[in-house]
Design a protein around this ligand. Structure first.
Ligand code: DC
Length: 223
């Protein structure tokens, strides 16, 4: 099989990571979660008292951040300056900081370079916000996943409960709305469906249904 690349974009909680990870396993290709990279930068800022809304402060510490991403059969492991932060980046706070630092062009340039490098010479499925529009504009298949705010908030509540947190649905809904606003309205590479992407509203669909649908789109496109 020749190398293929699949770009999966969409807003927070649209099911991108869960589905992309499953597809990577089924197709035996590399899964790259780009959101985790923004989250790792956000986490570093949180842990080091950096104001994520202050572009100068973030750009000053950026060279001190070394990210090492290792793809494995369960997804990926992310090392922040040598420390495994794969679970730590999943918190709400890291997500919020990620959305802030993702506004900064210098941060995006650093992470996009890593992402493109990882996609070279191998088959990948990469998820994020700007994969089809910016990171891999020539991807063989582009998918844009969406779902209502309520559905996405319910999914996030489930994820956070699994981490031992006790989230409140209303405040998660509000956070998702704010995060969408941040991600859609930012100046550099905002969340946007690529013109040639297949859009799928996953509201009311099971993970299996979404996975099957995307697999059939991939098969159709690359046969
Ligand atoms: O998918 P996620 O929730 O893990 O992403 C966290 C934040 O990172 C999200 O609010 C926006 C940002 N992000 C981005 O700007 N570009 C990407 N390719 C991936 C994530």
């Amino acid at each position: 099989m020749r190398n293929i690349s699949v770009a999966v974009d969409g807003p927070a909680g649209s099911g991108k990571s869960t589905v992309a990870k499953l597809i990577a396993k089924k197709m035996n290709i590399v899964y790259i979660d780009t959101g985790a990279m923004y989250r790792a930068v956000g986490l570093y800022c949180l842990e080091n008292g950096i104001d994520t809304k202050n572009e100068r402060e973030v750009l000053d510490i950026l060279p001190k951040i070394d990210l090492d991403i290792k793809a494995n059969s369960n997804g990926q492991t992310i090392l922040l300056n040598g420390v495994d932060v794969t679970s730590k980046v999943r918190t709400q706070e890291a997500g919020k900081s990620a959305s802030d630092v993702a506004q900064i062009l210098g941060v995006r340039e650093k992470l996009v370079e890593i992402q493109r490098e990882m996609a070279k010479g191998t088959s990948v499925i990469m998820d994020g916000r700007d994969i089809g529009t910016n990171v891999l504009p020539n991807a063989d298949v582009k998918i844009f996943l969406n779902a209502t705010v309520l559905e996405r908030a319910k999914r996030r509540v489930g994820e956070l409960q699994a981490l031992g947190e006790t989230p409140d649905l209303e405040s998660i809904k509000e956070q998702i709305r704010k995060r969408d606003e941040n991600d859609i309205n930012r100046e550099h590479n905002p969340l946007r469906k690529a013109e040639d992407a297949f859009e799928l509203d996953t509201t009311g669909m099971t993970i299996e249904e979404v996975t099957e649908k995307i697999l059939s789109i991939i098969e159709e496109k690359v046969k």
